[in-house]
Design a protein around this ligand. Structure first.
Ligand SMILES: Nc1nc2c(ncn2[C@@H]2O[C@H](COP(=O)(O)OP(=O)(O)O)[C@@H](O)[C@H]2O)c(=O)[nH]1
Ligand SMILES: [Mg+2]
Length: 459
């Protein structure tokens, strides 16, 4: 299908060494012919695909040279959009870029909407919707691990899984429809038994996908971790250790940290937003009290808590109150200051928070830090992980997965209640459609528009 010609600056705004102006559509080559001259000032009559041309972009009005450029030609269908594409690599100044853009517009292109190049790649069948969304995940990845799983999705890992499940559902539908059309030819109970078994299997696979999508979200968006505890136990020292730099102020004066301090850290490949909080205690200092309130808010919102305790001191009432609070969430008991003689009662502590794991560290010497980091990462991602097999699903995709399992569960109920096959068939159709929304097969146009409007301009 032929579409109009779009143009955008694909590199970030501002000054840089290079800027890339990308043109895609049926008029792209014609625009290049009219604006571009080779180093020897010649017009290029026929551009060859996948070749880079050296030359100049001219001002259409007066024929003056605007900038020296490299022009890359990618003819349909061997381009990102599957349309004729011209990429002009110019000097990365605001002025040359603006001028070149203006020339392409007067030569007949129009400004691309955000994500329009990728949208064309989708509409022209080069990528499915899940792969198109993975393009943004790749761009937004914050750690190596996040990137790995996003690239695997770009290459179609999620899509292949979804397609396979969808095919299974459609196969099952064919079986049920045979039973609807020719009820006397089909052994009823056999069909029901087989359908039930298959639906069970599908629900299990979808549940696994949803669980893995949760890990994918953490890899992509990051998790939040709150460091909590009494004053002076070494919370700020621990944050500095995780950061590998002296970011938080550390002193021997209790109540040093009065506000919540936030920093991004990479823990075993997981991007983590770590919050160092004011030590929680009853206090009459007004500023410190606000800090304590904020600390409590952070505790409520964190994905994971590190409760820091001073191993060189006996447990206090404050520790036990905090331990009980932390036990409500995913938390790790961190006994700090192991370089000093230990006075803490570990057994009492384990009793207060039976579910939590317990580790000894020294924020001063760094002892025990690798084990703590490994524990945090495995708590966030759970056990053995193959990064390439983690689904980087976004909220839209997870929501569709959940809808598909719900439809299958309803279908299973219908069979168990002895309902006619027509009823289950409707649920199976719903489940197949929900899965189709992930790859874009059954997605409505406005959903597609909304997805791409979230992209960067020029992508
Ligand atoms: N010996 C020893 N001292 C520590 C350790 N961690 C922290 N400290 C000291 O304990 C005091 C309080 O540390 P800080 O990180 O400010 O604690 P916070 O109030 O919980 O943030 C400082 O004097 C630190 O140098 C440790 O592992 N061993
Ligand atoms: Mg502190």
């Amino acid at each position: 299908m032929e579409r109009d010609t779009i143009v955008a600056v694909s590199t970030p705004p501002g000054e840089g060494a290079l800027a890339i102006i990308r043109i895609s559509g049926q008029g792209a080559v014609e625009i290049a012919r009219s604006l571009f001259r080779t180093g020897s000032a010649g017009i290029v009559e026929t551009f060859e695909s996948h070749r880079v041309y050296y030359g100049f972009i001219l001002d259409l009005k007066d024929g003056k040279k605007i900038d020296e450029v490299l022009l890359t030609v990618l003819l349909a269908p061997r381009s990102y959009t599957r349309e004729d594409t011209i990429e002009i690599s110019a000097h990365g100044g605001m002025q040359p870029v603006r001028e070149i853009l203006r020339q392409t517009l007067s030569a007949g292109a129009r400004l691309a909407e955000p994500g329009e190049f990728t949208k064309r790649a989708f509409l022209n069948g080069r990528l499915d919707l899940a792969q198109a969304e993975a393009v943004m995940s790749v761009i937004r990845s914050r750690t190596e691990a996040g990137l790995k799983s996003a690239v695997s999705q770009l290459r179609g890992f999620l899509s292949r899984n979804i397609e396979e499940l969808r095919r299974e559902i459609i196969g099952l539908l064919a079986l049920m429809e045979a039973e609807i059309d020719f009820p006397e030819d089909v052994e009823l109970s056999a069909v029901y038994d087989e359908s039930l078994k298959k639906i069970q299997g599908l629900i299990r696979k979808l549940d696994d996908l949803i669980a893995s999508a949760d890990k994918g979200r953490i890899l992509q968006e990051g998790a939040s971790l709150a460091i909590v505890g009494k004053p002076n136990v070494g919370k700020s020292s621990l944050l500095n250790r995780l950061l590998r730099e002296a970011r938080a102020i550390v002193t021997e004066i209790p109540g040093t940290t009065r506000d919540v301090l936030e920093a991004m850290v990479n823990i075993g490949g997981v991007p983590v937003r770590a919050f160092d909080t004011a030590g929680i205690r009853a206090t009459t200092d007004r500023v410190e009290r606000i800090g304590v309130e904020r600390a409590r808010e952070v505790i409520l919102q964190a994905d994971i808590l590190l409760l820091v305790l001073d191993g060189s001191q006996p447990l206090t009432e404050e520790d036990s109150v905090l331990a009980a609070e932390c036990a409500q969430k995913r938390s790790i008991l961190v006994i700090n200051k192991r370089d000093l003689p230990q006075a803490i009662n570990k057994e009492a502590l384990t009793e207060m928070a039976p579910g939590s794991s317990l580790l000894h560290i020294s924020s001063l010497t760094g002892e025990g830090m690798p084990a703590l980091e490994a524990e945090i990462a495995s708590m966030l991602l759970g056990g053995e992980i193959v990064l390439e097999h983690i689904t980087v699903a976004n909220i839209r995709q997870v929501e569709a997965l959940v809808r598909a399992t719900e439809a299958l569960r309803t279908g299973r109920e219908a069979i168990l209640c002895g309902q006619p096959a027509e009823i289950t068939a409707v649920d199976l159709h719903d489940a197949a459609d929900a899965l189709g929304e992930i790859t874009g097969e059954t997605t409505t146009d406005d959903v597609v528009d909304r997805i791409f409007s979230d992209f960067c301009v020029g992508k």
